[in-house]
Write a protein that binds this ligand. Structure first.
Ligand code: NDP
Length: 434
């Protein structure tokens, strides 16, 4: 028996839900809660339709909908609920009602701390895929969540941070390399390529607000014990991705670098690279120059929705307004072709000799869509979130405190990646280009 409560019903959550329903030998009770309950019910409908499941039972009770789905090998109990995860009191009511052993946070980085607070108050364990970010400051770092370590330890609870692909699999690849292939890692480059085409003029692959905040930040990398800042997207070079070819790759700050250099102190240089097409960058430039990426509030005279013709002065955040008019990342899957390729390029020492190692996964957008109705970026994040939950439920990743993924044994996780749609490939002693 395992009872998991997932928060969020967006692209990543949809993939995680499909994968949970494919693994009912591990997951037996599943609660999906989000800001809008109808999105949770729509997600259940999509699972039923796309996976060809029967609905054995459906009933409404106390504002929740309870389903029993005819999954194999065992039926899955699914309940949908409404919650505003910005509100700790609402979360506490929800957690106390369902008493989940693990809360899987697939909402937005803004909600990490409120959800962790409610987990502590109600005795629930915690897992997420992105580190905390305050709404009014485009800035992310682990300090806010690491500050919960002692409280989770004292409560005998486990928090698993950053269990998507990057962060997530990138840290697990590094842990696997350190365990099996190196005595000492000295250089780490995480390389993230999306060579897919969604045939839209401009769209982001996950939540547009979070995505644009991340990309427009200054770059940051680690060298010889210091963090070096670069102007946004100013450092770039072509890197060759397997089955894709060369793609211009841009140095960016990414959260897992912070925990990886702490957990692997032999690392002298750590960087993160992501590919962008020229058209994407041109649009981003225009968006910034127009002021549409601003995250401060502006006043705007808006007509009332009651049709009275009256207007009111309202406050809007330009980037949140932009999100409302951009394509929804969840709707990109249908015509998305091409692949993602994400991996770690590592240099270090083994038995007194320098060696290089490249471990990566390529994921097809079309294959992801056929299975889950979502594109590859949601898929590569939702699958590791499910595997992280599986590691916890099986007792393989379970210790009191707050942990980044590389602090657990990578082997059982790597084994599951091969079984659940994200197989990995290793290249030894090749040219890393870096
Ligand atoms: P979406 O915007 O598609 O989904 C977010 C979901 O959370 C939506 O269902 C949204 O509700 C819900 N939500 C938002 N605010 C609240 C709230 N206050 N209370 C309850 N529910 C809320 O985002 P994605 O699925 O693309 O991304 C999910 C997470 O995954 C993000 O944190 C993102 O940063 C992370 N991510 C991590 C990656 C990795 O590799 N580690 C890669 C990609 C994403 P509604 O539908 O009503 O808007």
């Amino acid at each position: 028996m395992s009872r998991i409560l997932m928060i969020g019903a967006g692209g990543v959550a949809t993939v995680a839900a499909f994968k949970i329903a494919q693994n009912t030998d591990v997951f037996t009770e599943f609660i999906i809660a989000s800001r809008r309950k109808e999105k949770c019910d729509k997600l259940v409908d999509d699972m039923v339709e796309r996976m060809g499941l029967s609905v054995e039972n459906k009933e409404e009770k106390e504002g929740h909908t309870h389903y029993v789905l005819g999954t194999k090998p065992l039926p899955l109990s699914v309940t949908t609920a409404q919650v505003d995860a910005d509100d700790v009191e609402q979360l506490k009511v929800l957690f106390n009602h369902f008493k989940p052993e693990l809360v899987v946070n697939l909402a937005l980085p803004y909600q990490d701390l409120t959800i962790m607070d409610a987990c502590l108050a109600c005795g629930c364990n915690y897992l997420d895929t992105a580190n905390y970010e305050p709404k009014d400051e485009a800035h992310f770092e682990y300090s806010w969540q690491w500050a919960y370590k002692e409280r989770f330890e004292q409560a005998g609870l486990c928090a698993i941070l950053g269990c998507g692909f990057d962060p997530g699999v990138s840290g697990i690849y590094t842990a696997y390399a350190a365990k099996h292939h190196f005595d000492e890692i000295t250089q780490l480059d995480i390389v993230d390529c999306n060579a897919g085409n969604h045939h839209k003029a401009f769209a982001t692959n996950f939540n547009p607000e979070i995505n644009i905040r991340e990309i427009t930040q200054k770059g940051l990398y680690y060298k010889d014990g210091e963090w070096i800042e670069t102007e946004p997207l100013s450092v770039h070079k072509p890197l060759t991705y397997p089955n894709i070819g060369p793609r211009e790759s841009y140095l960016m700050h990414h959260e897992e670098l912070e925990s990886l250099v702490k957990n692997y102190p032999t690392i002298k240089q750590a960087r993160f690279w992501m590919t962008f097409g020229q058209q994407y960058l041109n649009y981003l430039d225009v968006i910034q120059n127009l002021g549409m990426s601003r995250i401060d509030e502006i006043e705007y005279e808006a007509p009332l929705a009651d049709g009275s013709g009256k207007t009111a002065r309202v406050k809007i955040v330009p980037l949140q307004f932009l999100k409302a008019v951009l394509p929804n990342p969840q709707d990109l899957g249908q015509n998305y072709d091409g692949e993602t390729s994400i991996g770690c390029r590592i240099k270090g020492m083994k038995d007194g000799k320098e060696r290089t190692y490249y471990v990566y996964n390529n994921c097809s957008h079309q294959a992801a869509f056929e299975e889950t109705g979502m594109q590859g970026v949601s898929y590569t994040t939702g699958v590791p979130a499910m595997i992280g939950a599986m590691m916890f439920v099986k007792g393989l990743w379970k210790k009191s405190g707050v942990w980044n993924v590389e602090e657990f044994d990578p082997d059982p996780f790597m084994e599951q990646l091969n079984k659940h749609g994200l197989p990995w490939v290793e290249v030894f002693d090749g040219d890393l280009e870096l």
